[in-house]
Design a binder for this molecule. Structure first.
Ligand SMILES: [Zn+2]
Length: 326
């Protein structure tokens, strides 16, 4: 039986091999035809939206890392995708193009959240300015510390690292601007610490003259119609009269019993008046600083001897100067 069947079986096996060979060749031919017309690509979609095709997934991911995730901008702390892109292998007609570069740009523009890092500088627990780098913040703080080292001030300067996704909301300053802002704030603290008194936020930092008090606020006298509206300080004629605080000269002329009078408006409703002057140096409209000489002591108007009549007014009402000075 075996002997009889053997040639037949052999013949059959050869036929099967032939068929298989034909099938394989056919398959390869079809595959070859497909590859002539089509190429394998990766389709990229984000949140269901097709962005395009890329050739090499590994290289694309490398580009994404380099150009998007590890962006080398100084204040970017982190970049992440809003939606993770998905990749699907597809066959694409060889006539069509991949668009790696555009996809990267698209992802960069429309599908990333950037977290920015910046440094906030605070002075005595009040936020003053923000800068890009720790180096800048440290440089500013060191500069301010040196500048005010001899002033024996309580300057608590702090740097804190902060993060934001919306840099436009932050107002990061250049190092020059930040230095000026912190410097001004420190200067204000210095002035406040040096102020003799503060009236409605107006810092009185200079005494107009030094001398003997001869008549106090509120005193009655036969020489006056009403009680005394200011404080009299006796000095020799010609003594410099200094502005007690910065402000604008709003009056500089003779005014009845005041004699030669200078009025300075310090803002916030605060005015100081300097009466009986021998000479007036200031002019209406002058911007004066604390300590500027505005007039000379005299005895003009209703006066019996050279002295300064100092008056302090808040919203037009006289107050006792000795609540603040002398
Ligand atoms: Zn007086």
């Amino acid at each position: 039986m075996y002997i009889i069947l053997k040639p037949k079986l052999l013949h059959l096996t050869k036929d099967i091999a032939k068929v298989i060979a034909i099938i394989i060749s056919g398959f390869l031919l079809i595959l070859a035809m497909i590859f002539i017309k089509y190429k394998p690509v990766y389709e990229i979609t984000v949140a269901g939206e097709k962005l395009g095709y890329i050739k090499n997934l590994k290289e694309f991911k490398k580009e994404v890392e380099e150009q998007i995730i590890n962006q080398q901008e100084k204040y970017i702390a982190n970049v992440s995708f809003i939606e993770e892109p998905t990749y699907k292998m597809k066959l694409l007609s060889r006539a069509s193009n991949e668009n790696e570069k555009e996809i990267i740009e698209d992802l960069k523009l429309n599908n990333t959240i950037k977290t920015y890092k910046y440094y906030e500088i605070s002075l005595n627990n009040e936020k003053k300015s923000c800068v890009d780098t720790l180096e800048e913040a440290e440089q500013i703080i060191n500069q301010i510390k040196v500048e005010f080292s001899e002033d024996n001030l309580e300057l608590n300067l702090q740097i804190s690292e902060k993060y934001t996704e919306d840099l436009e909301q932050i107002n990061v300053d250049t190092i020059e601007v930040a230095t000026t802002v912190v410097e001004t704030a420190a200067q204000e603290i210095k002035e406040e610490s040096e102020a003799i008194a503060i009236i409605n936020n107006v810092k009185i930092s200079v005494l107009p003259v030094t001398g003997r008090i001869t008549s106090r606020y509120g005193e009655s006298s036969s020489r006056r119609k009403s009680t005394h509206t200011g404080l009299d300080i006796a000095c020799i004629t010609g003594t410099d009269i200094k502005a007690v605080s910065e402000g604008t000269v709003i009056f500089a002329a003779r005014q009845g019993s005041y004699g030669n009078l200078v009025k300075i408006d310090h803002g916030n409703g605060v005015e100081t008046w300097y009466g009986h002057c021998n000479k007036i140096y200031a002019k209406v409209g002058d911007k004066v600083k604390a300590g500027d000489v505005i007039a000379a002591v005299g005895s003009t108007g209703n006066s019996t001897g050279p002295h300064l009549h100092l008056e302090i007014r808040i919203n037009g009402v006289t107050v006792n100067p000795q609540n603040y000075v002398y």
